[in-house]
Design a protein around this ligand. Structure first.
Ligand code: ZN
Length: 81
């Protein structure tokens, strides 16, 4: 399967969303360790970031699915060789 511009764009979007989400988790853990009361205010931000990451992952998967339809005959041929 050849990745198209949309693949690249969606992958980048997912990577950025994941990176952001993981960064927030690390930040949250650090705040908890330091016993900072503001840690709880991050919960909503983290939930929002997780939703964004999941949405990005779904978009990428859905888009990849459109490629699989196109490349299906090729896959079958390759399996028969
Ligand atoms: Zn694509």
């Amino acid at each position: 399967m050849e990745p198209c511009d949309d693949c690249t764009m969606l992958e980048h979007e997912l990577w950025r969303a994941s990176d952001h989400y993981v960064g927030l988790i690390v930040q949250h853990d650090q705040m908890m360790r330091d016993g900072k009361p503001e840690a709880s205010t991050l919960d909503i931000t983290i939930k929002r970031a997780r939703r964004r990451r999941n949405a990005a992952a779904r978009l990428l998967l859905a888009h990849r699915g459109t490629h699989e339809d196109l490349s299906l005959p090729k896959t079958i041929t390759a399996g028969q060789l």
